[in-house]
Design a binder for this molecule. Sequence first.
Ligand code: IVH
Length: 667
Amino acid sequence: MNEIEQRITQLREELEQHNYNYYVLSAPTISDREFDEQMKALQELEAAHPEYADPASPTQRVGSDLTKEFKQVEHIYPMLSLSNTYSTEEVQDFYDRTSRALNEPFEIVAELKYDGTSISLIYEHGRLVRAVTRGDGTRGDEVTANIKTIRSIPLKLRGNDYPERFEIRGEVLLPWPEFDRINKEREEQEEPLFANPRNAASGTLKQQNPQIVASRKLDAYFYYLLGEDLPSEEHYTNLEKARAWGFKVPDVIRRCTTLDEVVAYINNWDVRRKELPVATDGIVLKVNSLRQQRNLGFTAKSPRWAIAYKFQAERAETRLNSVSFQVGRTGAVTPVANLEPVLLAGTIVKRASLHNADIIRKLDLHYGDPVYVEKGGEIIPKIVGVNLEARSFMLGDAVQFIHACPECNTPLVRPEGEAAHYCPNETGCPPQIKGRIEHFVTRRAMNINIGPETVDALYDAGLIRNAADLYILQMTDLLALDRWAEKSARNLLESLRQSRQVPFERVLFALGIRFVGETVAKKLALAFTSMERLQQATYEELIEVDEIGDRIARSVLAYFADEANLNIVRRLNEEGLQLSIAEDLLAGQSDKLKGLTIVISGTFTKHSRDEYKAMIDQHGGKNSGSVSGKTDYILAGENMGPAKLEKAAKLGVKILNEEDFLKMIEQ
Ligand code: IVH
């Protein structure tokens, strides 16, 4: 091994140890900053020496920005589910059945049932080679790149007593604090919220872009080992081994020798699970001995040697008084049940979500019905059924979905294939108008110092009808509002004054044009440089821009085709907002590389890789991670990998060195 290879190996080992300390043991020994520095050093060395590339290197966890469709692969052992039980009587039945079938002493391993999305990992020679989702149990999606972003999953195992090849199964989870953070962010971005961490975890694993996966801090707990030459004939001991190899195996698993111990475990965790950082929905009981497991075997759907005990979702019965229909900022109409207040899981519940028209129909809801409400993993309690026996013989009217908007009386529409109804009156419906102003003032948009309540109050007082109205607010207007003192009024006016300096790309984002999020706004701002030119852009010119497709182009055109919107933009211009791109951003912009796809490879002396990336962007080119038929140039530094060189030669891709490239973009 030469010096460089040695250094790379050493950095990889150190970084993996720090990952393990931090993510598995929760006991870091170095600062984040030191970690980042070491990671950067390794990244640079690997970029310079692609011949030492290793898919198990800690740098591979960062997630490349390559996106791809998932490949479907067959499971080696089918991924079965467990049969569910809901009472201690059913658990006792399982225990007795097992006892009779085995006719000898046995142990039960009790574990928590984690409520995420299951994953199967294949390790060969101590390295992670494949990660597959459950899919239909027989075939699943290969999501290895996404799984590698989960820091608590070992890419290389510790020690050396692992089988040459084995499979380990576990649950990918999104811890509660991270779930809350993501939902808060989605709320700000007007994206639909995740109902529970399970949906969030499985949705995240199906993301095509591993960088997004890496940004959502998933975790994974493991509970099942499969293979031809496992270390032990006991499930419990195998899991202990897996823990020693670096997997996160929960230390709450217990070996039980009597039914009483099993029941005590269930009762204990039914309460204590509320302290855990991740969602659980029950207990799993497994026969410990693998020999006994083989004797018991499987039914078509599940093993006979294991069952799940599901915790009772907290449920209460109450009366449905009425249903209200709420209009959100996107115009979506949500039915909400108003209930006779009832105590559920420690809080008084008065309202429950009814989701959409189909769900109302399925429940066959009538006014006055006695209904069951449950609080499962969801944030908002939901109605799960009607107590038909207790239903009054004087049946109330059936609950009907409304046909017109409760706020503005416009007939509702239901787009094909969607479950939701919408109010199409975007510019005249109060909650939609308020929603747009609320978006305009958010931190990432205009950063104006007011919240939704203030927007409501200003709207109700008749002071604002659109974003431009904010800029004509006067001190006297504000002081006339309820509970407004001079200080808060002054703050708002000052914050409005400062917002006139917010750069064009954020003003464009703030307008709330459908599908124009932060990134798209930036692309449009750079491409057209001013609001005036953007307004005049044609469909063809719009879709010319990198990453702007049909959907966005149509939405932009529709926005500027509306006289009311043009009026708002005109007034914002008069108020002195930044409606063209700042000079310093523009200086140095060019389209010298327009339409060119460039791959960066190797190490450089004049600028860093990141600087070259920025230059390509600045001059209208596209930076891509891998050489393909679409590549126009490779910007090659020292030590470009031989594989890339060969591929480039085969595809006839031109190679530029630093000097060539800098000449190309010279002013
Ligand atoms: S064992 C053949 N153990 O529950 C048995 N599963 O319905 C394999 N789960 O798909 C599963 N925690 O996603 C097992 N401690 C645990 C579990 C667990 C959660 C999930 C898993 C599985 C489903 C079974």
